[in-house]
Design a protein around this ligand. Structure first.
Ligand code: ADP
Ligand code: MG
Length: 193
């Protein structure tokens, strides 16, 4: 393993680095090695890599590294095209912080009752992972606000556009601060992106 692909070469919080070694992540995948230095530097990043290449940690470590656990506001939002993908992303992000206490990650997807989601939102998640329709629903009703958002992630951005989520995404962006980090991950680069 070269130094350039070791997670320890990154400017990552020691707790995150320690957890990575606990879960057996030693070497970065190629998309992680090329994206993470920019993600951690706070830049907006547009990354393309095929399925299974480790994109979740490429944005997940970036948003987690910036989180302030003592600030009880939604600091990062990850939008995914389907509930299954959102569940996978939430699971992977939870794994990336599994030995770090007091970080709350909430899934907000359609096709599940809204009442329990309203209750979970009152427990101050730091990170929300969801599908566009349900996230917009909470924003419009005022059950969630994103005024303190630091990181906005579109995962599988190409599929999101294919599935016709453009209007929802535009509407969600109206609730998000203009000054924020935007990370876009995709398997292809459609023109519209
Ligand atoms: P993608 O979003 O690109 O399809 P995922 O983020 O879902 O890929 O990652 C695919 C699999 O690889 C997951 O099981 C994840 O836990 C694992 N993985 C990701 N990065 C690493 C790494 N650096 N070392 C070992 N396993 C990893
Ligand atoms: Mg993925």
């Amino acid at each position: 393993m070269s130094n350039a692909t070791a997670f320890s070469s990154l400017k990552l919080a020691p707790a995150l680095l320690g957890n990575l070694s606990d879960i057996g992540y030693v070497e970065m995948t190629p998309v992680q090695a090329s994206a993470l230095p920019h993600v951690l530097a706070g830049s907006d990043v547009l990354a393309r890599a095929k399925t299974g290449s480790g994109k979740t940690a490429a944005f997940g470590l970036g948003l987690l590294n910036k989180l302030d656990p003592a600030f009880f506001r939604v600091q990062a939002l990850v939008l995914c095209p389907t509930r299954e993908l959102a569940d996978q992303v939430a699971r992977e992000i939870r794994r990336l912080v599994q030995t770090i206490p007091n970080i709350k990650i909430l899934s907000l997807c359609g096709g599940t009752p809204i009442g329990p989601q309203n209750a979970s939102l009152q427990h101050h998640p730091h990170v929300v992972v969801g599908t566009p329709g349900r996230v917009l629903n909470h924003l419009k009703k005022g059950t969630m606000d994103l005024r303190d958002l630091q990181t906005f992630v579109l995962d599988e951005a190409d599929r999101m556009l294919d599935m016709g989520f453009t209007d929802e995404l535009d509407a969600i962006l109206k609730f998000v601060p203009k000054v924020r980090q935007t990370l876009l991950f995709s398997a292809t680069y459609p023109e519209a992106i």
